[in-house]
Design a protein around this ligand. Structure first.
Ligand code: NDP
Length: 240
């Protein structure tokens, strides 16, 4: 059965693949983004998926955005918190802004979006929330105390919310990708990337579609007995 699904950061990279996958599964999809109007417009034209622009780190903007999506497409029953950024640096050189921006966009965003969507899901007795973490939140990564803290935080957040909502027909799960070929990874210098790929047992980067398939499954009615889980999709780099 098709539902209204909202994917934050759903116009590019992993989020773009998730938006397409959910549409192919029969859902009506809203894809959000923050600054890249050109990519969002190209995505909208190509896929026919509705796009919406707001900052997921802004509590009020998330409330207003959710209401706008609900007014245009219907109440949101599938929420994928995918938007994320990196601002890497060793802790001894990290500015407070670098820390705050990553926590705000990658972790506080999940609170903002879930807080906006949860009442509607509780009312309808159905909900699917999937939070996109990272292998680096599971194993740690040099230069990413901010990012790893946010991504590990998503796992505890999801387990707690899963407990709060299980009896209401709402599941909350995490997908933790390993290194996946997107713009985010394109920013990593090639010599660093070569070293990373050497640590991935399957011997290559992941593809966005390979992440999206699991998200679409977790969003389905059939996945109703899976909640509080973390699915690691990382080519064997870290087995958790
Ligand atoms: P991209 O950089 O390719 O895309 C990020 C998306 O998030 C864009 O749509 C961007 O919008 C949106 N976004 C960023 N900041 C905000 C904000 N403040 N408000 C709303 N939207 C925002 O990222 P990936 O596809 O690579 O990553 C997607 C998720 O997967 C992230 O959470 C990332 O941490 C995680 N991940 C990625 C891995 C990888 O190897 N690629 C590995 C593990 C986890 P806009 O287009 O406007 O900039």
């Amino acid at each position: 059965m098709g539902r209204v699904a909202l994917v934050t950061g759903g116009t590019r990279g992993i989020g773009g693949a998730i938006s397409r996958g959910l549409k192919a599964a029969g859902h009506t999809v809203a894809a959000t983004y923050h600054g890249n109007d050109e990519a969002a417009e190209a995505f909208r034209k190509e896929t026919g998926i509705a796009v919406f622009k707001w900052d997921v780190g802004d509590f009020d903007a998330c409330q207003a955005g959710l209401e706008k999506v609900a007014a245009e497409l219907g109440p949101v029953e599938v929420l994928v918190n995918n938007a994320g950024i990196t601002k890497d640096g060793m802790l001894h050189k990290m500015a407070a802004d670098q820390w705050n921006a990553v926590i705000q966009t990658n972790l506080t965003s999940a609170f903002n979006m879930c807080r906006a969507a949860i009442a509607g899901m509780r009312e309808s007795g159905f909900g699917r929330i999937v939070n996109i973490a990272s292998v680096n939140g599971q194993k740690g990564q040099m230069g990413q105390t901010n990012y790893a803290a946010a991504k590990a935080g998503l796992i505890g957040f999801s387990k707690s919310l899963a407990l709060e909502t299980a009896a209401k027909g709402i599941t909350v799960n995490v997908v933790a990708p390993g290194y996946t070929e997107t713009d985010m990874v394109a920013a990593v210098p090639q010599n660093v990337l070569d070293k990373i790929v050497a640590q991935i047992p399957v011997g290559r980067l992941g593809q966005a579609d390979e992440i999206a398939h699991s998200v679409c499954f977790l969003a389905s009615k059939e996945a109703g007995f899976i909640t509080g889980a973390t699915i690691s999709i990382n080519g064997g780099q870290y087995m958790a």
